[in-house]
Design a protein around this ligand. Structure first.
Ligand code: HEM
Length: 410
């Protein structure tokens, strides 16, 4: 298993965020913004002994500096866990996100054509049809007087369908993918992350690749199995690692971003009414939702002992890269804590900074736009949270609503 660690850790509640933070603490999952705001002014480079030693920069300046520094930091590990990945740099277990230069650029370049704007446009009609189908089911629930959950009934299905389609994997395997994601990035050390070999993502992909080889189709999996670097096909571990990356990076992130967007609108009817009345405002609003509720915090491992933000970092330490905290830094954004759906200047870092900047941003934006248009065109502004306290959030490095009961039509 690639990210799996065989260790169960004792989790104690955080008492001091500057010296003992834990990014899977329930308080962080529920509302991390006050934690980051306070650290930014009191201890911008916080440290915790957890996971063998982890750093947390909270200013835009520090996050930016670390994301661009591939000398002092390696991407060999991007998900903080009690044990570090064994696959060595520069390739790492899930290229290109776990690759360092110079290999990183080669692994990244291979993927770019599949995620270019034109290639993504091909998936728009499918996404429109999928969102409409999900909303038909939601309307049927409303008509039957059944409760609706916008995360469970809507947001979680959208990115699964698209990435499964791109890779030629069955859309119905969505629950299986979400199970892998939960184990790999949410359940860190919680239950030892142990899983029977036959239930592992590796076993799933081995079977999928075998099925594909028996009946090849024109899709991204076929491309990865045949593309060459300097006349040689990719190693099987490279193909598998990249497909795992695309499943994880493609699903959890966008599902979270769409969810946070609807969570905001369900509580801010004035914003919703403006977007219903003026669809031209929606692309700008999507950028603001990405800034304000950026879902993705990545990590690095310190490659060399050095000083950063006035602290002494040691090779082997983990460093969280909270792009969402950088997006709320008042030194970088005016009224950083306010959601301004027509914010004029918005150079947010929700998609990362530096060489690992998100490859899937065109796809993510297309899915967010279709999900928003379809929802608003169907329900207008007639939706709200049934109970804001009933909303649950994912824990760990990708943050978004996982259950979001809604009243529709009220
Ligand atoms: C709103 C949705 C998304 C957000 C907020 C997001 C965010 C990010 C961030 C912050 C990074 C940088 C990681 C780092 O510095 O270590 C990243 C990288 C990446 N993302 Fe996304 N992502 C999203 C959607 C997607 C989608 C839909 C895909 C494709 C299926 C995708 C594929 C990737 C890949 C392959 C990388 C690695 C790029 C590299 O290492 O060069 N992402 N993403």
């Amino acid at each position: 298993m690639i990210y799996v660690v065989g260790m169960t850790i004792e989790r104690t509640p955080v008492e001091n965020w500057a010296t003992d933070f834990d990014h899977v603490d329930p308080a962080w999952s529920k509302d991390p913004y006050p934690i980051w705001d306070e650290l930014r002014t009191t201890c911008p480079m916080a440290h915790s002994e957890r996971y063998g030693g982890t750093w947390l920069p909270t200013t835009h300046e520090l996050v930016h500096a670390i994301a661009y520094d591939t000398e002092n930091y390696t991407s060999r590990g991007v998900i903080v866990s009690p044990e570090q990945p064994e696959a060595p740099a520069p390739v790492g277990p899930a290229p290109p996100i776990t690759s360092d230069p110079p290999f990183h650029q080669i692994a990244r370049r291979l993927l770019l054509p599949a995620f270019a704007p034109k290639a993504i446009e091909r998936w728009r009609p499918y996404t429109v049809e999928l969102c409409a189908r999900l909303l038909d089911d939601i309307e049927a629930k409303v008509a039957a007087g059944e409760p609706v959950d916008a995360a469970i009934d809507y947001t979680q299905h959208i990115p699964v369908g698209v990435i499964a389609g791109m890779l030629g994997l069955p859309e119905e395997d969505g629950p299986t993918f979400r199970g892998f994601i939960h184990r790999i990035i949410e359940d860190i050390g919680e239950h030892g992350n142990e899983v029977a070999e036959e239930d592992s993502i590796d076993a799933y992909l081995d079977a999928a690749i075998e099925a594909h080889l028996a009946d090849p189709q024109d899709n991204l999996l076929e491309y990865l199995l045949n593309v060459e670097i300097e006349g040689m096909k990719l190693q099987p571990e490279h193909v598998r690692g990249t497909v795992i990356l695309l499943i994880i990076a493609g699903i959890d992130t966008t599902w979270s971003a769409i969810g946070s967007m609807l969570w905001h609108l369900a509580q801010h009817p004035d914003d919703t009414r403006r977007l219903v009345a003026d669809p031209g405002l929606r692309p700008m609003a999507i950028e603001e939702f990405l800034r304000a509720y950026g879902p993705v915090t990545m990590a690095r491992i310190v490659a060399k002992d050095h000083e950063q933000g006035g602290r002494q970092l040691t090779a082997g330490d983990w460093v969280l890269l909270p792009f969402p905290a950088a997006n709320r830094d008042p030194a970088e954004f005016e009224d950083a804590d306010r959601v301004i759906i027509d914010r004029k200047v918005n150079r947010h870092s929700a998609f990362g900074l530096g060489i690992h900047r998100c490859i899937g941003s065109n796809l993510a934006r297309m899915e967010m736009a279709v999900a928003l248009d379809t929802w608003l065109d169907r329900f207008g502004s007639a939706f709200s949270l049934s109970d804001p306290d009933a909303v649950t959030w994912s824990s760990g490095q990708v943050r978004g609503p996982r259950s979001m009961p809604m009243v529709i039509g009220a």
